[in-house]
Design a protein around this ligand. Structure first.
Ligand SMILES: *Cc1c(COP(=O)(O)O)cnc(C)c1O
Length: 394
């Protein structure tokens, strides 16, 4: 089908909840994708920070084929090898002792919220409140839109679940002020992705950990965007030298196959008992086998090294462009989660980039977000920089 045909069908039959650019992507290979009219694009968005290993990665495709030949789905009322092996792999390489597998980021956060509440009711003197950060993004389910520190996502959905409070990001004193005698947890993205790649100091994260210890609070880190190699490690919190009590992963975990994970330490995870939570598809054999392969590739190390090297190279290139174009004000980020703050609206620049063959997106009003696959090459970064250079001229 052509772009126009796919767009017509979409507008006719799907809920119109997304502001889509007028292209229909039909195929991808590595860092490149093609649309229905045969146009080629460099994908520096990784299809919403998902395809960490690039499109059609051979190891991922092999895992898909192999598992599809065996079995796709096993009931959670029986045992299944792929989910168990994935959980072991995630625990071996993280702070966590146990994993709950689900199908998306919002579901992973929903599980984290439920676990924190259950823990609070049983082991935390009935405490239930969760403090999150202003500007945060935690998902689109009813509980996660309340966890999200942005008023606009909640409009029209009242009555809302109770028990959330907000504090400005990167401000430990404000966070401490928001704590009450009913607070059980603090929930944060270690870098705020959707609101414009807002990078706090590593010291902030360390002091939040101390604050949680002092007030007997759980620290929940939403690593859905920062995790799975995007910042050069399986989890961003490794850079701060801290561990959370609960962490969530999704986006890059299945390289495009839907899967989410909620990880916790043993004392916290023990609040969930038989029947506390569940999901028909969660930890599905197919998705788990694919995620196992994705994490396996990351643990080999070369992709993470490339992520750090290319992240540095891309940030340097953007900083050079900032010297040339006054509308490019600040370049920030970690690994290949990069924000370039403009003095003007980001959307027209994003559009100009797309028209000249580069997919990126706008996070917040004035920030270009660049999140290429972690396998991106130096030549591809150079190509993207040349397109951005041109787009900033207009
Ligand atoms: C994308 C994202 C989510 C939501 O994930 P979905 O899979 O869309 O439900 C939650 N938190 C963060 C930090 C995200 O980037």
């Amino acid at each position: 089908m052509t772009n126009a045909e796919i767009i017509d069908l979409t507008k006719r039959y799907l809920f119109q909840v997304y502001a889509r650019a007028p292209v229909a992507i039909v195929r991808g290979q590595g860092c490149r994708v093609w649309d229905g009219d045969g146009c080629e694009y460099l994908d520096f968005f990784s299809s919403t920070v998902v395809t960490a290993l690039g499109h059609s990665h051979p190891t991922v495709t092999a895992a898909i084929r192999e598992q599809a030949d065996k079995i796709l789905h096993v009931s959670n009322l029986h045992y299944s090898e792929p989910g168990a092996r994935l959980a072991e792999r995630l625990c071996t390489h993280s702070f966590a002792d146990r994993v709950f597998l689900c199908n998306s980021g919002a579901e992973a956060n929903e599980a984290a919220i439920k676990l924190a509440r259950k823990y609070g009711h049983e082991k935390g003197e009935g405490r239930f409140e969760i403090v999150t950060a202003t500007g945060s993004f935690h998902g689109r389910t009813l509980a996660t839109i309340v966890a999200t520190g942005q008023e606009k996502v909640r409009i029209g959905f009242q009555p809302l679940p109770e028990g959330f409070r907000y504090a400005p990001f990167n401000d430990v004193a404000a966070l401490e002020d928001a704590i009450t005698d009913r607070t059980i947890a603090i929930m944060l993205e270690p870098i705020q992705g959707e609101s414009g790649v807002i990078v706090p100091s590593l010291d902030y994260l360390r002091r939040v950990r101390e604050l949680c210890d002092r007030h007997h609070l759980l620290l929940i880190l939403d690593e859905i965007q920062t995790g799975v190699g995007r910042a050069g490690s399986l989890f961003f919190h490794e850079h701060a030298g801290i561990t959370p009590d609960i962490a969530t992963l999704a986006k890059g975990l299945g390289n495009g196959v839907p899967i989410g994970a909620m990880l916790a330490t043993e004392p916290v995870s023990s609040a969930f008992v038989l029947g506390s939570h569940g999901s028909t598809f969660g930890g599905n054999a197919f998705a788990s086998a694919v995620a196992f392969a994705v994490v396996g590739v990351l643990l080999q190390g070369a992709v993470l090294e490339n992520c750090m090297a290319m992240g540095e190279y891309l940030r340097q290139g953007l900083t050079r462009l900032a010297g040339k174009h006054s509308m490019l004000k600040q370049v920030r980020g970690h690994g290949l989660l990069i924000g370039a703050e403009l003095s003007v609206a980001a959307a027209p620049i994003v559009e100009r980039c797309r028209e000249t063959g580069l997919l990126i997106n706008a996070a917040g009003e004035k920030v270009l977000r660049l999140t290429p696959p972690l396998i991106v090459s130096r030549a591809e970064v150079d190509e993207a920089l040349a397109i951005i250079d041109e787009a900033l001229v207009g």
